[in-house]
Design a binder for this molecule. Structure first.
Ligand SMILES: Cc1ncc(COP(=O)(O)O)c(C=O)c1O
Length: 341
């Protein structure tokens, strides 16, 4: 198959329309069989539930070209499960897990010409999503929904590749206790847009959100979980019911323990103890692991010993091992890699 003529090495994290997307409609209590289509437009009622009350959930995952030229995805079963939880929380019907995985595989296969080649530094981002389509004016769930999957080739999420980031502790809250912080719903991102724009205007790359109840514990950023390394080489990641359960973070904990022989724990992390860590990174499908060099807490700077030019040594090992698994250089734990072709 001939690849598209794209400058793979210089892609940013943006949308490029690809040839096919998967669409399935939910009506009268069931999903239709769905199909791949070349039509990238969505036509819905002016009063659709998604437009009025933001009834929409989504996922983010990637397809990779391995060293030996296969196209693979990483743990799509976990994205299917997380989307199931997101849908239930917003009173939306569940798109069945096996059908979710099949729709992802079919969409990637149909757009194989857009999957960046091995070694280009780019990947094919996959966006499954679902939204309420029929008119809803009183606040209640829609009766009709659309599930779609599109793909777009992407480069690094943060400009500057692996240059360490500067993050500020923000006074905005991302998620309330017992709210929706743990699901991947558009509403969590709408409210983060002002906070991230404000951070950018003040020269920061991202926001560190604290727990809304006590403002003493580290939660996450607008689009990634935190991972810390202690001075004695232990990997620590914040535990909270109001952060998104990152598939990258869960995978990194396993990699730390089973590939690198490191101790790793998920526990509450207070803002007060952040100054004592040796390394810090942001992890997620888009961010992979992006090193954090500095955190600014209302003018007080926390500078990690790993510095502002390179990834810390443990972060680097985690990064290389995880990407090694995703790109087929290292053997993956059973079930992590789904081969597409
Ligand atoms: C708020 C938030 N946290 C964490 C993550 C990381 O999750 P994952 O590793 O499953 O991509 C994401 C998505 O990338 C996110 O949007």
């Amino acid at each position: 198959m001939e690849k598209k003529n794209i400058d793979w090495g210089n892609l940013g994290f943006g949308y490029i329309q690809t040839d096919y997307r998967f669409v399935s409609d939910f009506k009268n209590g069931s999903w239709d069989e769905g199909k791949l289509t070349e039509d990238a437009n969505v036509v819905i009622s002016e009063c659709a539930g998604v437009l009025q009350y933001a009834q929409t959930v989504f996922e983010g995952m990637k397809a990779y070209t391995t060293e030996d030229g296969r196209i693979v995805t990483f743990r799509p079963d976990l994205n299917a499960e997380r989307m199931e939880n997101s849908a239930k929380r917003l009173e939306m019907p569940v798109f069945p897990k096996d059908r979710f995985i099949q729709a992802v595989l079919d969409t990637v296969k149909a757009n194989a010409a857009y999957v960046p080649p091995f070694g280009s530094g780019a990947t094919l981002y996959i966006r499954p999503y679902m939204f309420g389509t029929n008119p809803v004016i009183g606040v209640k769930p829609a009766d009709e929904y659309q599930f779609r999957v599109f793909t777009t080739p992407v480069g690094p999420y943060f400009k500057g590749g692996v240059k360490p980031l500067t993050i500020r502790v923000t006074d905005f809250d991302r998620a309330a206790p017992h709210g929706t912080g743990h699901i991947k719903a558009g509403l969590n991102y709408a409210m983060s847009i002002h906070a991230i724009m404000d951070a950018h205007r003040q020269g920061y790359d991202e926001n560190m959100y604290l727990d809304a109840a006590t403002r003493t514990k580290v939660e996450e950023t607008g689009g990634a979980n935190f991972i810390f390394v202690t001075k004695d080489g232990k990997v620590v990641t914040p535990k909270s019911d109001s952060i998104l359960p990152s598939i990258t973070r869960r995978s990194l904990i396993y990699v730390a323990q089973h590939y690198l022989g490191l101790e790793a724990e998920e526990r509450e992390v207070t803002l007060d103890e952040v100054k004592d860590f040796a390394e810090c990174g942001l992890c997620g499908t888009a961010a992979v692991i992006s090193p954090v060099g500095k955190i600014v807490d209302h003018g007080k700077e926390i500078c990690f010993p790993s510095g502002m030019t390179e990834m810390g040594p443990v972060t680097k090992k985690l990064y290389e091992t995880l990407t090694g698994i995703q790109m087929g250089r290292l053997e993956a734990p059973k079930g992590w890699i789904q081969v597409i072709e």
